[in-house]
Design a protein around this ligand. Sequence first.
Ligand code: A3P
Length: 280
Amino acid sequence: MLFHSLLSFRRDFKAHDTDIVLASVPKSGTTWMKALVFSIVSRNHFPIDHSPLLVNSPHDLVLSFECDYYLKPGYIPKLENLPQPRVFATHLPHHALASSLIDSKCKFVYTRRNPLDQFISQWHFLLKNRLWPGAKMSSLDEAFNMFCDGVLGFGPFCDHLLGYWNASLENPDRVLFLKYEDVKRDPYSEIKKIAEFVGLPFSEEEEKAGLVGEIAKFCSFDKLKNLEINKTGIHYGPIKNDSFYRKGDVGEWVNHLTPEMADRMRKLLEAELTGSGLIL
Ligand code: A3P
């Protein structure tokens, strides 16, 4: 199903230089980034207390190439009239993107997260939404093996990271590499960084009026999780909106994984990332 949408996306999508693409491995904080970037780019259209995020899931305001726009076989989405700048999301690895995006001057905001937390998040998400293809894979050990072997989600996660990381080194003005943990620790600075990167920096007046802090608070885990739309709505098929908000913690993997599993991951990261300059 996704293979079909990948082909349509690569064939039909026409990028604009002003496009913003939010890229990530699933469970790295995509929902959060969608809410943040939507709030940043639409801040002149909606005061925060009238934000469309109050009644729409972030996933319905920022749609994904492969999981939304190009999902329906034979359907070519009309994207020319979307509000500017257009904001899209993708879990596709960098090498699978439409060449139109690569050749344009559009901006990528890539979010990455500690892979152990990301794996545990994904594990819960797939279990909660009954998305495991077979009962066998509902064993945590089995799932961890799959994750380490790169057969879970959108391919080997180190390749995913390195694709965008290398692109960010080549074109730092086009790819912003963010850490989930940094956004948790200091949302204020990260929101300002994103706004500057996408060419919509906060003015002195906006900063003085406390707009950055308002966006941080509005998009916080507790606020979004407790909105009615995110507590009750359906995302797609069996996937419920509330499954995108579990704990939102850093380092929560320690409650689920053994030191041996963590060690395996450490060695894997060392083997795959050494020399890249990317430190997780
Ligand atoms: P946990 O399962 O560890 O709680 P994605 O959006 O890429 O699917 O990632 C989901 C993860 O991001 C989940 O992690 C979820 O709880 C967390 N998350 C969702 N919204 C968040 C927010 N506003 N702030 C921090 N974390 C958030």
